[in-house]
Design a protein. Structure first.
Lengths: 281, 185
C-alpha cells in the first residue's frame, strides 16, 4: 500500500465521483443483500433462539445414545456386531480394538504422509534422470498465452481464472512456471516469468516484466514451491523450499542456496522451471 | 413487496412506503453507509436521511430501479456526512481504498498541472466500458462504493485472488490510459 502519496495527487480520487452514472447504477442494480453478519457485526444479528429446534433435537439424540450405549455394548457383540472394532469377534464378549498389524501401520503412515502432502508433486511426474531440457520441452507443449502481470492475458484467460478460483476454493492446484531468475544488487532474487503451464496448458509470458518472488507468493498465497533448474552441462537441480507467507523478508541468495544460483554459471543466464503449489490460507 | 408496489406507495403518499423500503433495503443501506462512516450513529443518521429524501423525491422522481436509486443515495449521503463531520477515521477503510486506487500513480509521476477531475472521470468511464463486465462491477464496488474484498467476493461469487487480480488489472489499464491522455505525467 502506498503511503507516500503527495497531497495534491489525492485529487485523482475526485475523478471517481465523475464515473458515468449509467455504469454505477448498472452495478448497483445488481447488488445482492449483504450477508447476515455485517462488517461491524452489529446489524442483523441472528436471534440466539433461531436454531433452538436443532439444538434440542441434537441434545435429545445425545442423551438417548449415551443411555443406550451399555446395552448395545453388551448385546451387539453377541449377535456378531462389534462397536468400534473391526468386525466379527462374535461371542468374545468384548469390543476392544485389535492392535493394527504392521502392514496396517505402514499403510496408515503412508496415508499420513499423503495427508501431510496432499498435492501432487509436479516435478516427480518426470523421471529423476530425465534431462532437464526434455522436461522443459515437455512443459512447453501447448499453446496458451498469458502475460503474467495480469493486465494483458492474450489467450486462455478463462483457464487462468479457473485456476485462481480453484485456488480460492482451496482445491489442489499446481502450476509450472518457466522463469529466468535474476539477482538484484541488494541480493534479492527476482524471476522473469516466461512460460506458465497450468493443467497441462501453456501460458506464455510475452512481456518482459520482472516480479519479485515474494510478491508472487503473496499474490497467490503460495505455501511452498519447488524448482527445477535447466542446467546446460550439469545434473538436474531439484529442491523444495517451504516458506511461510508470514515471513516478511524477500528471498535472498541464501534462501535458494548456492547450488541453485551457482551451478548454472551465474545469475540470469539460465532457465528454471518452478513448480508452484498453491495453497489457500 | 416488489419495488413497483413500493414506488406506487410513495407516489400515493402512503407512509407505508418508508416502512416497506426499510424492511427490504435497510440492511443493504446500513452496509453501504457503514463502509464509509465509522460511527453507528452516523450510519443510522445517513439511512434516516435517505429515507426522508426518498419521501421528498418520489414523486416527482419515479426511479426505474429502486435498489440502485437507494444505494446511490445512501452512498452519496454517507460521503457528504463523512465530509461534513469528518466522520471517517484516519486510516480507515475509505482511506485504505483511496490509497489503493491512487497506487495507479507510479512513484515519480504526478497529476497534470491542468488536471480536471471530470475529464479524468470520463476517461475512467471509457475504460470501464471496454473491460469485461465482471471487472467493471468489481471496480465500482470497490472504489465507488468502498466495499471490502470479502463483501465483493460475496457480491460476485468470486474468490479472493480473482477479485484482487481484477482490481490490479483494471488499475493498470487505467494507469496506462490516464498516462496516454496526459492526466498522469
Amino acid at each position: 500500500m502506498r503511503t507516500n502519496i503527495k497531497p495534491e495527487n489525492r485529487r485523482l480520487l475526485e475523478a471517481i465521483e465523475y464515473i458515468d452514472e449509467e455504469i454505477v447504477l448498472g452495478v448497483l442494480a445488481g447488488l445482492k443483500d449483504p450477508e447476515e453478519k455485517s462488517i461491524h457485526g452489529e446489524y442483523q444479528k441472528p436471534s440466539p433462539f433461531k436454531y433452538w429446534r436443532q439444538f434440542t433435537a441434537m441434545a435429545a439424540c445425545l442423551i438417548l445414545l449415551t443411555a443406550a450405549f451399555p446395552v448395545l455394548n453388551y448385546v451387539l457383540p453377541r449377535i456378531g456386531i462389534s462397536i468400534g472394532g473391526r468386525g466379527g469377534n462374535a461371542g468374545a464378549g468384548t469390543s476392544e480394538l485389535e492392535a493394527p498389524t504392521q502392514a496396517e501401520t505402514q499403510a496408515l503412515e503412508t496415508e499420513d504422509e499423503k495427508i501431510d502432502s496432499p498435492y501432487p508433486r509436479a516435478i516427480d511426474a518426470y523421471p529423476a534422470d530425465m534431462p532437464a531440457e526434455e522436461i522443459y520441452a515437455d512443459v512447453l507443449k501447448g499453446g496458451w498465452v498469458v502475460n503474467y502481470d495480469f493486465s494483458e492475458i492474450e489467450a486462455g484467460e478463462d483457464l487462468w481464472l479457473d485456476f485462481l478460483n480453484k485456488v480460492d476454493r482451496g482445491e489442489p492446484a499446481r502450476i509450472l512456471i518457466a522463469t529466468y531468475p535474476l539477482e538484484y544488487p541488494d541480493g534479492t532474487i527476482s524471476i522473469e516469468l516466461h512460460e506458465v503451464v497450468y493443467d497441462g496448458k501453456l501460458f506464455t509470458h510475452t512481456g518482459g516484466s520482472h516480479r519479485g518472488i515474494d510478491s508472487i507468493l503473496k499474490d497467490f498465497n503460495i505455501f511452498r514451491f519447488e524448482y527445477l533448474t535447466k542446467i546446460e552441462h550439469e545434473s538436474n537441480n531439484r529442491k523444495t523450499i517451504k516458506w511461510m507467507l508470514t515471513h516478511k523478508n524477500p528471498y535472498t541468495y541464501e534462501d535458494f542456496g548456492d547450488e541453485f544460483m551457482s551451478n548454472n554459471g551465474g545469475i540470469g543466464d539460465h532457465e528454471s522451471i518452478m513448480s508452484f503449489y498453491y495453497y489457500k490460507n | 413487496m416488489d419495488d413497483k408496489r413500493i414506488i406506487e406507495l410513495f407516489l400515493a403518499r402512503d407512509e407505508e412506503a418508508i416502512k416497506k423500503t426499510q424492511e427490504k433495503y435497510g440492511a443493504i443501506c446500513r452496509t453501504i453507509a457503514a463502509n464509509i462512516l465509522s460511527q453507528r450513529e452516523d450510519v443510522e443518521e445517513c439511512v434516516n436521511d435517505v429515507m426522508l429524501g426518498l419521501w421528498n423525491a418520489i414523486p416527482p422522481d419515479e426511479p426505474k430501479d429502486l435498489k440502485a436509486y437507494i444505494a446511490r443515495a445512501v452512498r452519496n449521503r454517507a460521503r457528504d456526512i463523512g465530509r461534513e463531520a469528518n466522520a471517517w477515521k484516519r486510516g480507515g477503510r475509505v482511506q485504505i481504498v483511496g490509497d489503493e486506487f491512487l497506487s495507479i500513480l507510479e512513484d515519480g509521476t504526478d497529476l497534470a498541472s491542468d488536471f480536471e477531475a471530470k475529464r479524468a472521470g470520463e476517461i475512467i468511464s471509457g475504460v470501464l466500458e471496454l473491460i469485461p463486465e465482471a471487472d467493471k462491477k468489481i471496480f465500482v464496488l470497490r472504489y465507488w462504493l468502498g466495499m471490502d474484498i470479502s463483501q465483493i467476493m460475496h457480491q460476485m461469487n468470486f474468490g479472493e485472488s480473482r477479485v484482487k487480480v481484477s482490481l490490479h488489472r483494471t488499475r493498470k489499464k487505467l494507469a496506462d490510459e490516464l498516462g496516454k491522455r496526459g492526466i498522469i505525467v
